[in-house]
Design a protein around this ligand. Structure first.
Ligand code: SF4
Length: 363
């Protein structure tokens, strides 16, 4: 259905009232999202649930996080349980969510909270910032949501709402400090935790990237972009740099038709500590059509599988040639690697790019 609204005149815009936090809170009381990590009205929030959800939601949608959150909480119901678990188990439960440094930091943070803070999260932004993996946004979100502190938690949803409300012309990412300042000016002293969640919900459900439902918005009257009819053009964004392309080869080595060779990546760096299919380094100059590279970890005849595996990382695009080979059932694994039953590949905690390789090889 198409809605049409009369646009306010310029003179009316000048007279528009500033956005009133009370209007947003009244809207939130009627329209709040029910989320597994969110306290019901009248309940005290659980800082552990708030923290885990905020880390999982970085770079990931609410819909994608849902099943991971449930399984993670079933495995690690408390910060003490998470701190006591081996980091490999935490990475395995995280596999598929991407940005694996988050999982390693989550584990390190659980240990810090348990060892340094007696199992209780600090209740201020500066205190939270001292913990591993908690940056300015996450500290503000936890301080506001878990401890009702007047902190401005500015995620992508909030950036969109704020740039539209004030018709902020400066493009992202340079506009971030200005957006934070504007957002901080909106935070009320009453119910700041609900206000933070209300702003996130408004961005997620009403002030959406495309076709925002302005008719349902509690801040329709003060919204400068809406007054101009330009709401969908905000936030302004600087032109994106083209991501460079890297290439490499992966070796799908099967033993006795039932197991595949895996190894663990170095603890630091991209996909640090995750299980992987052996392969070459990923480089700009790698030739996918050259003879098989000499870095195969076993004596084996290889055949190149047709096609390539493609994957996008934050800073580069990746293309991989996949080589398959079979070895006898009594072949030992080289140092640092192990044979993983093909039937148990789902439990190996493979990151998404490795799952793509497995699917490409038919594993
Ligand atoms: S009026 Fe429209 S564009 Fe402005 S904040 Fe509300 S939903 Fe977003």
């Amino acid at each position: 259905m198409m809605f049409r609204y009369p646009l306010p005149s310029a003179s009316r815009r000048e007279k528009s009232p500033p956005p009133d936090p009370a209007d947003l809170l009244a809207w939130y009381d009627l329209n709040r999202r029910r989320l597994p990590w969110r306290a019901e009205p009248g309940q005290a929030p659980d800082p552990y649930l708030v923290w885990v959800s905020e880390i999982m939601l970085q770079q990931t949608t609410v819909k994608a996080v849902g099943p991971y959150f449930a399984s993670f909480l079933a495995a690690f119901p408390t910060v003490e349980a998470l701190a006591a678990a081996p980091v490999e188990e935490v990475l395995r439960r995280w596999a598929g969510l991407g940005y694996y440094a988050r999982a390693r930091n989550l584990h390190a943070c659980a240990r810090a909270v348990t060892e340094r803070c007696g199992g209780r999260f600090p209740d201020t932004e500066p205190g939270l910032r001292e913990l591993p993996g908690i940056g300015p946004y996450t500290a503000a979100a936890i301080a506001a949501i878990a401890f009702d502190r007047p902190a401005a938690a500015v995620d992508g949803n909030v950036e969109r709402v704020v740039t539209r409300l004030f018709a902020l012309e400066a493009p992202l990412p340079a506009a971030k400090p200005a957006i934070r300042a504007l957002a901080a000016g909106l935070v009320p002293s009453v119910r700041p935790g609900d206000f933070a969640q209300a702003l996130m919900d408004l961005g997620a459900t009403v002030c959406t990237p495309r076709a925002p439902a302005c008719a349902l918005c509690p801040w329709l009257a003060p919204c400068a972009a809406r007054a101009d009819g330009t709401q969908e053009t905000f936030p302004r964004k600087a032109a994106k740099a083209v991501r460079p392309l890297r290439r490499g080869a992966a070796f799908w080595l099967v033993r006795g038709g039932a197991e595949v060779l895996l190894r663990r990546r170095p603890a630091k760096g991209l996909l640090g500590g995750m299980a992987e299919v052996p392969g070459t380094a990923w480089q700009a100059g790698f030739d996918l059509d050259a003879p098989p590279p000499a870095t195969v970890p076993l004596e084996v005849r290889l055949r190149r599988l047709p096609g390539v595996v493609r994957h996008g990382f934050t800073h580069f695009e990746l293309e991989l040639a996949v080589y398959a080979g079979e070895v006898a059932a009594d072949t030992p694994a080289p140092a640092g690697a192990w044979w993983q039953a093909l039937g148990g590949l789902g439990q190996a905690g493979l990151p998404t790019v490795m799952r793509k390789i497995a699917a490409h090889a038919g594993g």
